[in-house]
Design a protein around this ligand. Structure first.
Ligand code: ZN
Length: 109
């Protein structure tokens, strides 16, 4: 258990920049007259554009991401998922360890 916790700590230290949330892709119509997206017969909307959605301290945020940043953001979203997975596991191990360290053995358990 100690070894696994040490391993988790090492992995956490190695994590790069992160960001919570997920990216979805959307097409848009600009509203300019005569634009290809307004064509009544064959509308061709602009995009797709990457839209980042996340919740931070209870507030939901949705923002379009610059096209040249989508790849970087995707890497950060992945890093955040790894971060959550590692901390979840660390907490799980900590709770297990506490059971053997702090609580008297009882017949109910
Ligand atoms: Zn348009």
């Amino acid at each position: 258990m100690e070894a696994e916790i040490a391993e988790i700590q090492k992995k956490l230290c190695a994590l790069g920049p992160m960001h919570p949330g997920s990216i979805s892709y959307q097409h848009q119509r600009c509203g300019k007259k005569g634009c290809k997206c307004q064509d009544p017969d064959n509308p061709q909307p602009h995009g797709p554009y990457g839209k980042l959605s996340y919740v931070h301290r209870g507030t939901k945020v949705c923002r379009f991401v610059r096209a040249d940043c989508v790849e970087t953001i995707t890497t950060r979203l992945q890093a955040y998922k790894t971060f959550r997975k590692l901390t979840d596991r660390w907490i799980e191990l900590s709770v297990k360890r506490a059971q053997t360290e702090f609580f008297p053995r009882s017949k109910q358990q």
